[in-house]
Write a protein that binds this ligand. Structure first.
Ligand code: NAD
Length: 365
């Protein structure tokens, strides 16, 4: 029997509603497989600004570092979205956590469920069987490179950002990508802009060097503009994709739309792997706080439940348990159960709690 400490940060809007179901899913897995999950909880985002005056407290960041994993709901409230000059903002809490925990690898699995192919704007024959893992570098690149500033030169406004990578930053993403590909279908696509950018030429050079350690994995380099095209033309051909911060940001959103359902997609942000291959990580649905449906009990909890499955896999090293949870979600969908965002025609829409109950009934079943 193993024990894991999980910090739960529900946040704003539907964050608390879906996070409660992620916690229940972990508890159910704990019961079924005899593990103990110890949960502690705190405010982040708008809820933390209201309670403490800051979007995340230093104590919360310290607690996160001591935990095995962090389960994050969503942050953001209309009162902040409508006031771009607000001095403290809910999203700052998310960026601070990523930076403080050095969560440099963002993983987004994108899988189409056969029963939901109609939910995508793409033709079913194009997206059937899509199963992609996109890994985006999260703590470097143009989002952090220096100099980064706006300035006045000769009475004219200008602005500069710097795309920076060093070889260590590229190599660790490449290793993660190759290792993931090895456990999947053995193909890695590295995305860059090596025809124009020096930083991309270094990226490609380092990825090619790292590839020598993984002769069993097929490596493909794609220029980012071609990658965006191939992703919607032949998405089934992709297995694992690695990309820098900016290109990864754009590609992960594009890839998520292959499934067409925001309420289904989980993500993991990880730091350096430990000796045993697990990492401290932060797990969250890719959707936001959905203020339009908050408080109604109708949000789809599956992205959060699937985020909990990623937590089991990457921070606890519990692969069998992660798969049991993912299978339970797949069966729930196959059995025709739907929340309002997925229901079509005369399908009955379940509440958040009912949908999560349906998943829990199918764990180990
Ligand atoms: P959103 O993802 O919150 O919502 C977009 C649309 O999808 C809405 O119509 C919403 O009702 C629907 N939706 C989202 N999740 C759903 C779910 N689980 N079940 C059913 N329907 C769902 O994006 P938005 O409206 O652009 O942003 C709302 C707020 O969330 C903003 O303040 C934004 O800054 C924030 N946000 C936070 C995060 C985060 O915490 N990581 C990510 C994205 C957006």
């Amino acid at each position: 029997m193993a024990t894991f400490d999980i910090l739960v940060l529900p946040g704003d809007g539907i964050g608390p509603e879906v996070t409660a179901e992620g916690v229940r899913a972990l508890e159910a897995i704990g019961q079924r497989f005899e593990h103990v999950f110890r949960f502690s909880e705190d405010h982040v985002g708008g809820a933390a600004i209201d309670a403490y005056g800051v979007p995340i407290r230093p104590e919360t960041l310290e607690e996160a570092k001591r935990s095995d994993a962090v389960l994050w709901g969503a942050v953001g409230l209309p009162k902040y979205d409508n006031d771009p000059s607000a001095p403290v903002r809910p999203e700052q809490g998310l960026l601070q956590l990523r930076r403080d925990l050095n969560l440099w690898a963002n993983l987004r699995p994108v899988r189409t469920e056969p029963a939901l192919t109609h939910a995508s704007t793409l033709k079913p024959e194009v997206i059937e069987g899509v199963d992609i893992l996109v890994i985006r570098e999260l703590t470097s690149g143009i989002y952090f490179g220096e100099p980064r500033e706006r300035r006045m030169v000769d009475g004219r406004r200008e602005a500069v950002n710097t795309m920076y990578y060093n070889e260590d930053e590229v190599a660790r993403v490449a290793h993660l990508g190759f290792r993931a590909a090895r456990q999947r279908r053995g193909k890695l696509t590295s995305v860059d802009k090596a025809n124009v950018l020096q930083v991309s030429q270094l990226w490609r050079e380092v990825v090619t060097e790292v590839a020598r350690e993984y002769p069993d994995v097929e490596l493909e380099h794609l220029i980012v503009d071609a990658a965006t095209m191939h992703l919607i033309r032949r998405p089934r051909d992709f297995d694992v994709i690695i990309a820098g911060n900016l290109f990864g940001d754009i590609l992960t959103d594009e890839a998520s739309m292959l499934t067409g359902s925001l309420g289904m997609l989980p993500s993991a942000s990880l730091t350096e792997p430990r000796e045993d291959g697990t990492s401290l990580g932060m797990y969250e649905p890719i959707h936001g706080s959905a203020p339009d449906i908050a408080g109604k009990g109708i949000a789809n909890p599956l992205a959060m439940v699937l985020s909990a499955a990623l937590l089991l896999r990457h921070s606890c090293g519990l692969e069998e348990e992660a798969q049991a949870l993912e299978r339970a979600v797949a069966r729930t969908i196959e059995d025709g159960l739907r929340t309002a965002d997925l229901a079509s025609g005369d399908e009955r829409a379940l509440s958040t709690r009912e949908m999560a109950d349906a998943v829990l009934e199918r764990i180990g079943g």
